[in-house]
Design a protein around this ligand. Structure first.
Ligand SMILES: [Zn+2]
Length: 291
């Protein structure tokens, strides 16, 4: 094994899930928000529109390209879990509109860890919307740009995968973190809307190992867990321990903990969400890149 710097991560494959689609629209429907996502052709304009997967009544998944992101609709607002890489902000805003909210409704951005494919868009989105940024305590200084993130320790099986994806994601701009999260913290709707009907909100689970400050979110009312990069899932395959960990044994321990949750749906940092019987799938996790 040897240590390398890592700022992006894709489990078991360099190909993210195919949950983006392109649509053809006439030029007059284009707005400024799409400016970074369309390509002009002679006869039409193609916009990449995030295709949403609904995990529960209020939780939605979409791909930001190299990684997944999630929207939790609550009260009159919405929480974004992971921002995607820098430059995908308009795609995130499109997804927010598609669940019936506006960019002014984005009240909170939760970052599962500091890697650039998960945190790169947070600074711009927070500035645009005024959303509060939350992240695990140990990763917060990296997200703020105050220090460099700890390198991953690669197994031999991970080395060619890293070689394929290295350099594909731009570094994340420094981002203010308003709230540092610890294990057991609750992201409650009453924090932002005392009349919100959903309780108890999302419980923060510290799941170190991928990075020291990695977190997962357990939305017990929705029967959903969002794992971050502790786990990944390719359609038709077992849930797998995510690659590129700072401490693999710690990561395995963290995934064992998530596998005890009683949930119906699970969303991963990369790969296909599971929308039913997720607890059974989590209990059957594997570690195919261990050697
Ligand atoms: Zn990662």
């Amino acid at each position: 094994m040897h240590a390398v710097g890592v700022g992006e991560c894709v489990p078991n494959t360099a190909t993210p899930p195919s949950i983006c689609r392109s649509v053809q629209v006439s030029p007059h429907t284009i707005t400024g928000a799409h400016a970074t996502t369309f390509a002009l052709t002679r006869r039409s304009i193609t916009i990449t529109v995030p295709e949403l997967t609904q995990l529960s009544p209020r939780v939605f998944a979409f791909s930001t390209g190299h990684a997944n992101a999630y929207l939790w609709r609550h009260g009159r607002g919405v929480t974004l879990v992971d921002s995607g890489e820098v430059g995908r902000e308009s795609l995130v805003l499109d997804a927010i509109r598609r669940i019936g909210r506006t960019e002014q409704d984005l009240v909170r951005i939760v970052l599962t860890h500091w890697h650039h494919d998960h945190s790169g868009g947070a600074a711009a989105l927070a500035e645009l919307t005024g959303a509060q940024v939350c992240a695990g305590r140990a990763d917060a200084p990296v997200i703020r740009g105050q220090r460099t993130g700890a390198p991953a320790v690669l197994t031999p099986a991970e080395e060619p995968l890293m070689a394929r994806i290295a350099g594909q994601v731009a570094p994340a701009p420094a981002c203010l973190v308003h709230r540092e999260l610890d294990d057991g913290d609750i992201l409650a709707d009453p924090d932002i809307d005392p009349h919100a009907e959903l309780a108890p909100g999302a419980v923060v689970l510290a799941v170190p190992g991928h990075t020291p400050g990695s977190i997962a979110l357990h939305l017990s009312g929705e029967r959903v867990v969002l794992t971050g990069d502790i786990a990944g899932h390719l359609k038709g395959e077992h849930i797998a321990l995510g690659p590129f960990n700072t401490d693999r044994e710690q990561a395995r321990h963290s995934l064992r903990r998530l596998a005890t949750l009683d949930v119906d749906a699970a969303g991963f940092g990369h790969g296909t969400p599971i929308t039913r019987d997720a607890a059974v799938a989590l209990a059957g996790w594997t570690d195919p890149l261990a050697q």
